[in-house]
Write a protein that binds this ligand. Sequence first.
Ligand SMILES: Cc1ncc(COP(=O)(O)O)c(C=O)c1O
Length: 359
Amino acid sequence: MKKHGGNVFAFAKEHKISLDQVIDFSANINPLGLVDGLKKHLIEKETAWLNYPDPNYCDLRKTIADFEGVESQEVVVGNGAIECLFLIAETLKPKKVLIQAPTFIEYERAFKKVGSEIEFMKLNHEDFIPNLQAIDPTNYDTIIICNPNNPTGILIHKSSLIQMIKRCKKTQTFVLIDEAFIDFLVDEKEYSLVSELKEHQNLIILKSLTKFFAVPGLRLGYLLTSSKEIVDNIEEYRIPWTINGLAVETGQYVLRQERYIEETKIFIQSEREWLTTALKKIRYLKVFDSCVNYIFFYSEISNLHELLFPYHIMIRDCSNYENLYKGYYRIAVKNRTNNEILIQALHEIENQRSDYGNY
Ligand SMILES: Cc1ncc(COP(=O)(O)O)c(C=O)c1O
């Protein structure tokens, strides 16, 4: 069975509680919830229910292209960024792929599925910052970088990525940058490589709309590349209509919500700062600074997720990631009420443990 964050259904069933009793810190979803008016818009948009979606998704691609400042023909839409990931793996079918460890676990599955050999670049546990200069692109057909990285929250500067992409161009190595969480940054443009697309045909960028706009159940994401060959290849062989009519409408609706976008970035920044400061006061945690809507930490209490069960709190146990082990966790930044509940629970666990002497 695949292990991801956010399986509230299994958690509720296992702990015999209702879904709305679960406090889910394991999925990194915008705590501001749905964009105002979206539900009403979808209910009223009967054409999206009654018709097949446009198989070329022309309007949606144009909306995304305008939002990103690229051309429509540089956009491939998918049923979540995850579909784009599997599509790109099928299209590139690289012999050898370099993946950081730890990082989002689906890269390995997507590329193993098409027979690629996977090499892991193990990140050091001091700061989890990758040494991009040490990568020799001659050894790889594709290199994947998640920026900011999931689960660590580490952000790499644009200039070092561009240097690597240039080196990769010489060896015809593709670079896949997953920017699924970059939209949570206040200074997103400083870090996103979208402005570099035209310059580098070996660059592919993945983006997700499910996290930022809190619609993981609706599923919508896209990839961007200036390589016409890649786009044509994907479009020629993909399954039609994988993005349903409601997701198409959602994409077109949410990308125009400038106020929600701005409010989210500011809310996440201040709430993350509050939560990070509060977490750092808990003695058994080593907290890594993050720039996004989730925080990564190491806990000396290695079964912390289990101790949070009685509080109905789910956190992401990261022990199944490559190059991590028991004690590593990731939590989402949620609203203040829920963040306080988590901090309170973590303090209670600390107090119970120190009563017994150690942890
Ligand atoms: C880094 C990263 N990329 C891509 C995805 C897939 O996102 P989507 O919901 O758009 O399929 C996830 C989902 O958790 C993720 O963490």
